[in-house]
Design a protein around this ligand. Structure first.
Ligand SMILES: NC(=O)C1=CN([C@@H]2O[C@H](COP(=O)(O)OP(=O)(O)OC[C@H]3O[C@@H](n4cnc5c(N)ncnc54)[C@H](O)[C@@H]3O)[C@@H](O)[C@H]2O)[C@@H](O)CC1
Ligand SMILES: Nc1ncnc2c1ncn2[C@@H]1O[C@H](COP(=O)(O)OP(=O)(O)O)[C@@H](O)[C@H]1O
Ligand SMILES: [K+]
Length: 491
């Protein structure tokens, strides 16, 4: 597996820096490379007019001084404004401030006019508190200018770990970051404040990652492998997935789940539920099979069929005791399980009963796919970044947790996690999550491991949205786009 998609928190990035220095690389060389990368991007993207570089009190500001020198050498008109005392600059930042042979003005809201492009080198990975007072006023004034902004590392005010705005933050057009992206570049609202994120190499060797052992990645097809079709395979080797149907007036959600599972490659898919529901389903499905199930005992009986290896329960399943009993019946068997929607909310008053049923058989995969509302109902208010929250939920429940949204996080109980950023906003449409549950189930049915199936499913789901492209998407459109995404992935 490549390490290209690894995400490093600011603290881990600090370690990467220290390990690089310990290996003999001079720290000012890293700063020089970082500042030069910023200058080169400015020169290429914004070739004309005055550049105003706002420098802060730490090494982020140091990168700004390097960029100023480089841009001046390239013949640009450059103005440098410092927030903080020149005398208090230290280390490499002080060194590069000394090398800047132009004036340094005080960074103030009323001194920003005249520039054609602005470089935000105020605060980067060292942000450790809310921004207030004069710095907050400066950032607000910067955001009020109609000038392109290039942020160094992260837009000032964005927390590199959580993507949260600490009081106020620069809204950048481009952010140039170094060595590896940070979670805050992908988590909302950070992702929106960053604009385009450009990664620059600055001479830190990949080998430092061996010591850091990061366990967070940007979701990407390099991280997982789709099931392969074998010539001697048949439908039963590709898995049999059961999807629990909703009631007679709530059949659509589970049907979309079932269709998505079949399109994703499950060998057989069965909708199971009350006879009255299946009569409605029968009007709409052909390749999908129907199996009457009347309560938890009869579901358990159905699952005695050893060829059934995956169950999805939740989409429009109904809230309450019947769904709870069905979930516990499924979890008492060995099948891989996707728990979505009502299957999660039904346990809002007894989450531990769900978690202990999941943990009773740790060798089989359970993937749960809550949106924020379902997450809070099941896990309560959990502190920390979206990654922290998904990780702690995975640890507490024993399940792979897919915490959905535009910045979906997938986390495993062992702490491994990814942030997904390929999903377009058009996916926020009724039933889209039902399709996601089906895609993940289709992959589980074919034998993918829980974490990989969840990551791949989330990515494929996002890509179906991208293939659709524009407005007007409804969830029924998504399963039909799955084959094209799979074809792209297996090319
Ligand atoms: N770690 C690395 O490998 C490299 C880091 N570089 C740069 O160094 C940066 C990190 O430098 P630092 O650790 O010095 O941190 P920063 O320069 O991001 O900020 C630290 C300074 O900001 C102050 N500060 C923090 N929060 C504040 C707030 N809310 N209001 C006002 N002041 C606040 C701190 O007191 C400190 O003086 C990176 O973002 C990057 O730009 C680059 O030079 C290249 C190499
Ligand atoms: N703004 C957005 N950008 C990208 N993806 C989104 C956005 N809003 C929702 N989604 C995705 O759409 C799906 C919606 O699922 P969910 O909230 O369960 O809806 P439903 O229950 O109607 O199916 C999730 O996969 C979620 O990540
Ligand atoms: K910055």
């Amino acid at each position: 597996m490549t390490s290209e998609h690894v995400l490093l928190t600011p603290a881990e990035m600090g370690r990467a820096d220290a390990l690089a220095v310990a290996s003999g690389i001079q720290s000012f060389k890293l700063m020089e490379a970082a500042g030069n990368a910023v200058a080169e991007l400015v020169a290429e993207r914004y070739p004309d007019g005055q550049v105003l570089i706002l420098c802060g009190p730490g090494n982020n500001g140091g990168d700004g001084f390097v960029a100023a020198k480089k841009l001046k050498e390239l013949g640009r008109e450059v103005r440098v404004a410092l927030f903080g005392d020149r005398e208090r600059l230290a280390g490499d930042a002080a060194f590069f401030a000394d090398l800047w042979n132009g004036p340094i003005q005080a960074a103030r809201p009323d001194g920003l006019r005249g520039a054609k492009v602005l470089v935000d080198a105020l605060l980067g990975a060292g942000l450790d508190r809310e921004i207030e007072g004069g710095l907050a006023e400066l950032i607000e004034a910067v955001n009020g200018l109609r000038v392109p902004i290039v942020a160094v590392d992260v837009p000032s005010g964005i927390d590199g770990t959580s993507g949260q705005v600490r009081g106020v933050a620069i809204k950048a057009d481009v952010s140039v970051t170094f060595f590896r992206l940070k979670p805050g570049h992908l988590l909302l609202p950070g992702r929106q404040q960053c604009g385009e994120v450009v990664l620059a190499e600055i001479g830190i060797p990949d080998s430092v990652l061996g010591d850091i052992r990061p366990n967070l990645n940007r979701n990407n097809p390099d991280l997982w492998q789709l099931p392969r079709l074998e010539a001697d395979g048949h439908k039963f080797t590709r898995g049999h997935c059961v999807v629990m149907s909703g009631g007679p007036l709530q059949t659509g959600a589970s049907r979309m789940t079932a269709t998505a599972a079949l399109r994703t490659g499950a060998g057989l898919v069965t909708l199971a539920g009350a006879h009255s529901s299946l009569l409605i389903q029968a009007n709409h499905v052909t390749a999908i099979m129907l199996k009457p199930v009347d309560g938890a005992a009869s579901l358990q009986l159905l699952l005695h069929d050893q060829r059934i290896n995956t169950v999805v329960i939740g989409p429009a399943a109904g809230l309450g005791e019947a769904t709870k009993a069905n979930v516990l019946a499924v979890l008492a068997s060995q099948v891989a399980t996707v728990l979505d929607a009502d299957a999660l909310t039904s346990f809002k008053d007894s989450p531990e009963a769900l978690f202990s049923a999941i943990k009773a058989r740790p060798q089989r995969a359970v993937v749960m796919t809550p949106h924020e509302g379902e997450f809070e109902r099941l896990f309560g208010k959990v502190d920390g970044s979206k990654v922290d929250r998904a990780r702690s939920a995975a640890l507490r429940s024993g399940a792979i947790v897919v915490l959905k949204g535009s910045d979906t996080v997938v986390a495993a109980p062992d702490g491994h996690a990814v942030i997904n950023d390929n999903a377009p906003a058009i996916l926020g449409t009724a039933g889209s999550g039902d399709v996601l549950a089906g895609i993940i189930a289709g992959l589980l049915a074919q034998g993918m491991k829980g974490f990989d199936a969840a990551c791949a499913g989330v990515w494929i789901h996002g890509e179906t949205g991208n293939l659709w492209g524009g407005p007007g998407l409804i969830a029924e459109d998504l399963p039909g786009l799955i084959p094209d995404v799979l074809a792209e992935l297996t090319e």
